[in-house]
Design a protein around this ligand. Structure first.
Ligand code: F6P
Length: 511
């Protein structure tokens, strides 16, 4: 990765705004600063989009109190937004990941509501909007990403009404019964309605958002269209209810755009001789078992790792799975390690892994090969190729790109995907072995079915899954979203131009 400071600041026609930049500043054990690829599916999905456009990416460089000049890396122009240590604690670890994250994921963990976290969330969202307003060209297109920045669309529209603004929510949008717990629910909805297009992973998410709009603002929704009045929304002015006749309004589109991956990258990487050799080596190092099962997740309570281990532990205990023939490789990449619920989860998972290994491993053969680490993409592809069964057992997940990466890597049309019906990916990947991870007996049966699936059935299912992933890759996601955004903006602009031309004609005739 090469980086160079960018001396003169330009204006950009296309700007992506996300909490994290695609690279993360980390300080190694030797005290030296270096850059790593940022965690998560958002960055993985947006990186190819940015590399193919001459745009700017506004985001946090991943380390507190790091105030950097804009710089270029890997064909992208990065504009860092600094956060103090207290802001990281209140905005990122607090409001984003201990309030919104659990609330938006079915309250799997209890959300915490703290007013000072909300105050910092607002402050940081304002800083992101200000920085974006400084780098976006006149009439430019801005694409804001994810739950950490839900107030940015409205703030940005107030600063720069000339911009076209899109927002994409990578995580689920909760049903109103849960969302309504949020003390600042109305401000969040108003923040999102500042966008021209609000994108979601599933129809259900878009529907939940529209319901929140109807309940909290009283605006009418029709299909994917929401009519938002153009009225004074300054503090103290309460706006509620549908548009009155003759009242000026703007239309916001809220609909699904399921995110995906750079599928060709995975197909090509998996076909490379060095990666295939590495996959064989992994199998050999694991003792060439009959079946390798694989889990790859950020270490997050939404991913259902505990349920997966419980099911696997019971299968071993009941003798339905022979530990000499089957191994589970679990990659649990470090995540949000200073948030209490994540610390507790890590303890719980590692205790369970230790117990299962203590009970069922032999010298030279483990029941679970557990890795609390991040691996480079090539190594992940080798792991996908080596794995006979991929376990994705999320309790709630916006999409789950790991499921799609596994499928795209299986150029041999082999391998079985066990997929939670609570992951957005299950809407498309309907020929995976679908499971309800809360149903431990059902999950055990699904794992056994996956292990025992005949070769012809594996192939026919995998071919179907691959077709879906290659038809809907990340290029299609981004171009689909941006097409709707640009098209919608053009319609709105021409409608307002003809309205003001009409007004101009009226006033001249009056004169
Ligand atoms: O899409 C979910 C998401 O929270 C992204 O916004 C984020 O980049 C990724 O997961 C990883 O999480 P974090 O940035 O908190 O490490």
């Amino acid at each position: 990765m090469t980086t160079r400071p960018d001396a003169e600041e330009r204006f950009y026609d296309f700007v992506v705004v996300s909490n994290r930049l695609p690279v993360d500043s980390v300080v190694g054990g030797d005290g030296r600063q270096r850059w790593t690829q940022s965690p998560g599916g958002l960055v993985a999905a947006l990186e190819p989009v940015m590399q193919s456009r001459d745009g700017a990416w506004v985001g946090w460089p991943g380390q507190a109190d790091l105030d950097l000049e804009p710089f270029d890396t890997d064909g992208m122009h990065l504009v860092p937004v600094p956060l103090s240590a207290l802001e990281v604690e209140h905005y990122y670890e607090g409001f984003s990941n201990d309030t919104l994250w659990p609330l938006y994921h079915d309250v799997i963990a209890a959300p915490s509501f703290h007013r000072e976290w909300w105050d910092t969330y607002r402050l940081v969202n304002t800083r992101f909007a200000d920085r974006t307003a400084e780098v976006a060209a006149q009439g430019g297109l801005v694409w804001v990403q994810d739950y950490q920045l839900q107030l940015v669309p409205k703030l940005l529209r107030e600063l720069r009404p000339d911009l076209t603004i899109g927002f994409f929510d990578h995580i689920p949008f909760p049903p109103y019964g849960l969302f309504s717990q949020l003390p600042w629910r109305t401000q969040v909805v108003e923040g999102l309605l500042g966008a021209d297009v609000v994108g979601f992973q599933r129809d259900a998410d878009a529907g939940n958002f529209q319901q929140a709009v109807r309940r909290l603002k009283g605006y009418a929704t029709k299909g994917s269209h929401i009519e938002v009045p153009l009225v004074d929304t300054s503090p103290g002015v309460r706006v509620y209810g549908p548009i009155k006749r003759g009242q000026a309004s703007r239309t916001v589109i809220a609909k699904k755009f399921p995110i995906s991956i750079d599928a060709a990258f995975y197909r090509e990487a998996a076909a490379r001789p060095d990666i295939r050799a590495r996959a064989r080596q992994i199998r050999g190092d694991l003792g060439n078992p009959k079946t390798i099962m694989l889990g790859v997740d950020r270490l997050d309570y939404t991913k259902g790792i505990r349920h997966r281990l419980e099911a696997y532990g019971e299968l071993l205990a009941e003798g339905r799975v022979n530990p000499e023939e089957v191994i589970l490789v679990q990659v649990a990449s470090p995540s949000r390690e200073r948030v209490l619920s994540y610390m507790q989860l890590r303890d719980e998972i590692e205790l369970t892994v230790g117990r299962i290994n203590g009970d069922y491993s032999e010298i030279g053969h483990q029941a679970i090969s557990y890795h609390h680490q991040n691996y480079p993409r090539d190594e992940m592809v080798a792991l996908y190729l080596a794995a006979d069964v991929m376990l994705v057992t999320a309790l709630r997940d916006g999409m789950n790109l790991v499921a799609k990466e596994y499928v795209a890597s299986r150029f041999d049309s082999d391998g079985v995907l066990v997929l939670s019906e609570f992951a957005g990916a299950s809407d498309e990947l309907t020929r995976a072995v679908l499971v309800n991870p809360h149903d431990i007996d059902g999950l055990k049966d699904a794992i056994m079915a996956a292990i025992e699936l005949p070769a012809r059935e594996r192939e026919s299912r995998m071919r179907y899954l691959r077709k879906r992933v290659f038809e809907n890759d990340v290029e299609k996601w981004s171009s689909g979203f941006l097409h709707v955004l640009v098209h919608h903006h053009a319609i709105v602009a021409s409608a307002s131009a003809s309205a003001s031309a009409g007004a101009g004609a009226d006033s001249s005739s009056e004169a």
